[in-house]
Design a protein around this ligand. Structure first.
Ligand code: NDP
Ligand code: GDP
Length: 343
């Protein structure tokens, strides 16, 4: 039986990855930061909370991190822990750099000092491409991060490559494009759209306010992506892989798909800050723009090319964006109706 340590176990990917590893027969250890209020709703919703051995883990606390690595002695470490919200990284750039850049470096250093036998996965991000030099983006596309989050992730990405090349550590990195699910944090745009439109449909909210409707992302389903993460770690050599769907939609498109699944008939009208979406059935304004959600620097358009993962790992994203939007809309509508809202 293999032993895996998953940092960020309380997050979206932590839950999906933990379930996959349990299905594959791993002993799964979860590293989660101590907090005053329990944050186990995702693992509870998946019904796997009792199957995971959890350890208090703070990535900013080197001795605590080292102790957890030493105690668990994992075969595979999946480093998913991060301050993962781009918008928050503009308000908290130093904290984001400590957690997302220096944190993984400290983990790599601990692994090296413990003998360097544990395999290490780093959760890299398409935000590292930022103001992308080419489209679609591949493993060879130059990086141009546009946020403190993107810059911090880029540091950790190179640290992983560096420890691979300097010390022979199995340090692998997945450059993952946006992936979403009913377990996504509420501040991310897909979940915000699904939850707020579900509330409007149930008569519990009036309007959905969004920022840049033209931003375009390559959105996939987190359940598909964690399988790619596991495959990256089973590959014969530690490498960097892009995981993406290869298809891109705008925020406006995604909102349309969610709205359709909730039986709205939206029509967008106006431009810029005056753009809004009217429900043709009721005549009500359902979506409007609020510039407060604009960012100091925007990533306009991301599309990934997952050919390397397809060729070497046999991986591809199976869920379409329309299926993803409908899945998220249904899940949030059920939660709203049953008054069962966790995160
Ligand atoms: P989430 O935000 O849902 O989860 C992040 C996890 O990191 C949470 O468990 C959080 O704990 C934990 N964490 C945050 N700060 C610390 C800290 N100081 N010490 C220990 N743990 C901490 O992110 P996702 O699951 O969506 O993403 C997983 C990883 O993949 C992240 O690194 C993210 O940046 C990266 N990524 C995600 C993409 C996506 O589209 N989802 C795309 C590309 C990369 P808590 O619950 O206490 O906040
Ligand atoms: P990101 O790609 O990791 O930054 O994921 P997000 O879901 O936070 O944002 C995706 C895109 O949606 C970004 O370009 C945002 O500017 C855009 N966006 C537009 N309106 C909103 C909003 O209200 N909230 C968030 N989070 N993003 C928004």
């Amino acid at each position: 039986m293999k032993t895996a340590l998953v940092t960020g176990i309380s997050g979206q990917d932590g839950a999906y990855l933990a379930r996959l590893l349990l299905e594959k027969g791993y002993a799964v250890h979860g590293a989660r930061r101590r907090s005053a209020s329990a944050n186990g709703w995702r693992l509870a919703e998946m019904g796997i909370a009792r199957d995971i051995a959890c350890h208090d883990f703070e990535i900013l606390e080197p001795s605590n991190m080292h102790d957890v690595l030493q105690k668990v002695a994992p075969d595979e470490v999946y480093n998913l822990a991060a301050q993962s919200f781009v918008a928050a990284s503009f308000a908290q750039p130093v904290f984001t750099a400590e957690v997302d850049a220096v944190g993984p470096l400290r983990m790599l250093e601990s692994i090296r000092r413990l003998g360097g036998t544990a395999k290490f996965y780093q959760a890299s991000s398409s935000e590292m491409f930022g103001k992308a030099h080419e489209s679609p983006q591949t493993e060879r596309t130059p990086f141009y991060p546009r946020s403190p989050y993107g810059a911090a992730k880029l540091f950790a990405h190179w640290a992983t490559v560096n420890y691979r090349e300097s010390y022979g550590i199995f340090g692998a990195s997945g450059i993952l494009f946006n992936h979403e699910s009913p377990l996504r944090g509420q501040e991310f745009v897909t979940r915000k759209i699904a939850l707020t439109l579900a509330r409007i449909r149930a008569g519990q909210a009036d309007v959905l306010e969004l920022g840049n409707l033209n931003a375009a992302r390559d959105w996939g389903f987190a359940g598909d992506f964690v399988d790619g993460i596991w495959r990256i770690m089973q590959h014969s050599t530690p490498e960097t892989f892009v995981l993406a769907t290869g298809r891109t939609a705008t925020v406006r498109d995604f909102a349309m798909s969610v709205a359709e699944a909730l039986d709205f008939r939206l029509a967008f009208e106006g431009e810029g800050e005056d753009e809004r979406a009217i429900d043709r059935k009721s005549g009500r304004i359902v979506i409007r723009v609020n510039p407060a959600y604009y960012r100091p620097a925007e990533v306009d358009h991301l599309t990934g090319a997952p050919e390397k993962a397809r060729r070497l790992l046999g991986w591809e994203a199976k869920t379409s964006q329309a299926e993803l939007a409908a899945m998220m809309a249904r899940a949030d509508y059920d939660r709203v109706r049953q008054n069962r809202l966790f995160g």
